[in-house]
Design a protein around this ligand. Structure first.
Ligand SMILES: NC(=O)c1ccc[n+]([C@@H]2O[C@H](COP(=O)([O-])OP(=O)(O)OC[C@H]3O[C@@H](n4cnc5c(N)ncnc54)[C@H](OP(=O)(O)O)[C@@H]3O)[C@@H](O)[C@H]2O)c1
Length: 323
């Protein structure tokens, strides 16, 4: 009996402490800024954190382009009911295909003429690897390479407005095993396990390089960590063939923890919304944020040479795959 009570306490106490910590440290975006006349593009805006970002921007009067592979006829009505905005456009993109990303960028450039906010939100985490039509690991391509390609392709639109770029990182990037060689799949289980962490690390590193490159144009680039959030990402990350490996246990653990101590998608979206519209971060660039405040990043992000090598290797890979 005593052992049972001890076991329960061992489980319940840390979870209760974690939950209280999350509640106490959570911060909302309090900006009431008007975004009428501005245009934002949000990838993965159909569900989870992305959907909440879309609502928040639309409520402030922003024109929002939702770029996602899901296409739901009822989505615009649902958004209208919540925001009273009809200034929303849905564009198809499959981020596991460079061809699709290029088509999206081409359409946005043709139809919009300017862009004020780009939120690279879409992401996946899988416990088994698969190789895309471009010959890259799917997690690395959806999370990292396509965000890079989309941002590069829309740079000129963002320069017109001195726009804001936001990359969705993750606290899990601290557990990376990244080297430039690991941008491409090597077929090992270890590669698969670390891919999500590495892809998020690459986004944080590349955000800094975008910040430096675009400083002269008034374009800002920042990355953020949403925290542990209850969304579909965990359920969609488990492979259907039922392979049980390290990645499977990690995803299941995170899914369980997100259910017990995680935030709602609305709470998880607050830092992105803050970076997208708050006057407080006007001109702030090259930062990494959590709960609307700057936070510490993995050590490797401070290695300028590594960041430059990553930029060059990424450009090379994307160029090769496109030609
Ligand atoms: N949830 C967390 O605890 C957490 C923690 C740290 C970071 N993040 C990051 O936060 C971001 C948002 O994730 P979330 O938790 O809100 O997950 P989510 O609910 O699964 O949302 C991800 C969105 O991206 C879309 N997407 C996936 N693959 C795509 C593709 N190939 N092409 C186009 N769109 C695609 C999904 O569409 P479908 O629904 O059609 O797949 C979905 O709309 C991700 O970058 C994630 O890595 C999440």
């Amino acid at each position: 009996m005593l052992v049972f009570v001890e076991l329960v306490l061992l489980l319940v106490v840390p979870i209760a402490i974690a939950k209280i910590y999350c509640i106490l440290t959570h911060r909302n975006c309090n900006s009431k800024v008007c975004l009428v006349g501005k245009t934002a593009l949000v990838t993965g805006g159909y569900s989870g954190i992305g959907y909440q970002i879309v609502l928040a921007l639309a409520q402030r009067g922003c024109r929002v382009i939702i770029a996602d592979k899901s296409q739901d006829q009822n989505l615009l009505e649902k958004i209208y009911e919540e925001t009273r905005s009809r200034n929303i456009v849905c564009k198809y993109v499959d981020l596991s295909s460079f061809k699709s990303v290029r088509e999206l960028a081409y359409n946005v450039i043709k139809d919009e003429g300017k862009l004020d906010i780009l939120i690279n939100n879409a992401g996946i985490g899988r416990n088994v690897s698969s190789v895309t039509e471009d010959g890259l690991d799917i997690t690395m391509q959806v999370n990292y390479f396509s965000a890079f390609l989309l941002t590069r392709s829309l740079e000129d639109l963002l320069k017109k407005t001195g726009g804001r770029i936001i990359f969705t990182g993750s606290g899990s990037s601290h557990i990376h095993n990244f080297t430039i060689d690991r941008l491409k799949p090597d077929g090992s289980e270890s590669f698969t396990f670390y891919t999500y962490f590495n892809s998020k690390l690459c986004l944080i590193m590349i955000s800094d390089t975008f910040a430096e490159r675009l400083k002269g144009y008034g374009v800002t680039s920042n990355a953020y960590h949403p925290g542990l959030v209850r969304t579909n990402i965990f359920r969609s990350g488990i492979n259907l063939e039922g392979t049980i490996n390290k990645g499977w246990f990690t995803i299941k653990f995170l899914e369980y923890m997100s259910f017990v101590v995680g935030k709602t998608a609305e709470e998880g979206a607050q830092t992105a919304i803050h970076l997208a519209c708050s006057n407080e971060v006007e001109g702030v660039t090259g930062g990494y944020f959590f709960e609307t405040k700057p936070t510490f990043r993995p050590k490797i992000v401070h290695d300028k040479k590594m960041c430059n090598d990553l930029w060059e290797a990424t450009e090379e890979i994307v160029k090769q795959k496109l030609s």
